[in-house]
Design a protein around this ligand. Structure first.
Ligand SMILES: Cc1cc2nc3c(=O)[nH]c(=O)nc-3n(C[C@H](O)[C@H](O)[C@H](O)COP(=O)(O)O)c2cc1C
Length: 271
């Protein structure tokens, strides 16, 4: 198994931490890493280390850590996808150090976090995450929450990935060079585990779509576009690991799709 796949397969949201904080060495590495976490959109995502005690930060779903990472981005087109991509890249870096995260957009005292992030009028703080070492045992609340949203499950490959036309099932065995990359995307985290990503593979082109669920668009933006950015990170992380070449472009092929499905971007493989 490649290194990227190992990270993706080992990752799950951590909501119960061991209460011991983070080693100085790991904290230094995290602070260095978060200075520059790029994404294919070229949109800067600013990360900040936050201390719960200092800034009165609370979340009902998290126990056993006082350390948080917030991130913010300018309100520009594609801010959500760019944010999701960079935030997941950061979360996977934490995973590589044995540090747990949970991407949180809803279940926290948002005003307190936004204040701590010194949010300007033209910026949005889409998500935050606690950081720390996972506790040996999951909390009862955490277990119940995971069961409630089937957090250990994902939609079948051929329900969400298509060949040439939207709705035309793609079996994993037919996916060729992108099989593993799509599998990594399939295991990405998403808000309420809704997995809004849909993909049409057409030759060298891999078109990413968002299947909208009701209630995810607010004044913050479209939360499910964060999910798509996360999914694209998982896809491109595996592509990179395998040494395949290509880039992300926004060129809508105007394929026929259901009304609640929106085109987001295309990964184009090159030789
Ligand atoms: C954009 C986004 C927002 C999320 N918001 C919350 C949240 O507010 N509270 C929470 O407990 N989990 C939140 N999650 C975590 C998801 O519930 C979790 O990733 C999903 O259920 C899959 O579980 P896993 O991460 O353990 O694989 C969020 C995830 C994403 C991607």
């Amino acid at each position: 198994m490649g290194k990227f796949e190992e990270l993706v397969r080992a990752r799950r949201s951590i909501r119960t931490f061991d209460g011991k904080g983070i080693s100085d060495e790991h904290l230094k590495r995290i602070e260095a890493y978060m200075q520059d976490v790029p994404n294919p959109y070229g949109i800067h995502v600013e990360f900040k280390l936050l201390h719960a005690g200092q800034d009165h930060l609370t979340s009902k779903v998290i126990n056993g850590t006082d350390l948080w990472i917030g991130a913010k981005v300018k309100k520009v087109p594609h801010a959500e996808e760019a944010f999701g991509y960079s935030f997941e890249e950061f979360a996977l870096f934490c995973q590589s150090l044995g540090i747990g995260t949970t991407i949180i957009a809803g279940t926290m005292d948002r005003p307190a976090f936004e204040k701590a992030m010194q949010l300007a009028a033209d910026e949005v703080m889409l998500c935050v995450t606690p950081i720390g070492y996972p506790a040996e045992k999951m909390g009862v609340k955490e277990k119940l929450m995971r069961t409630g949203i089937s957090a250990d499950k994902r939609a079948d490959f051929d329900k969400i990935f298509f060949k040439d036309a939207y709705g035309n099932k793609l079996a994993a065995s037919e996916a060729g060079a992108c099989e593993k990359a799509l599998e990594m995307l399939r295991w990405a985290p998403s808000a309420v585990n809704k997995q809004p990503w849909r993909v049409v593979v057409a030759g060298e082109q891999v078109h990413f779509y968002e299947k909208h669920s009701k209630g995810y668009i607010s004044e913050l933006g479209d939360l499910q576009k964060i999910d798509i950015g996360i999914g694209i990170k998982h896809f491109m992380g595996e592509v990179e690991e395998e040494g395949l070449k290509g880039s992300l472009v926004i060129e809508d092929p105007h394929l026929e799709t259901p009304e609640d499905v929106e085109y987001i971007a295309t990964f184009r493989f090159t030789k």
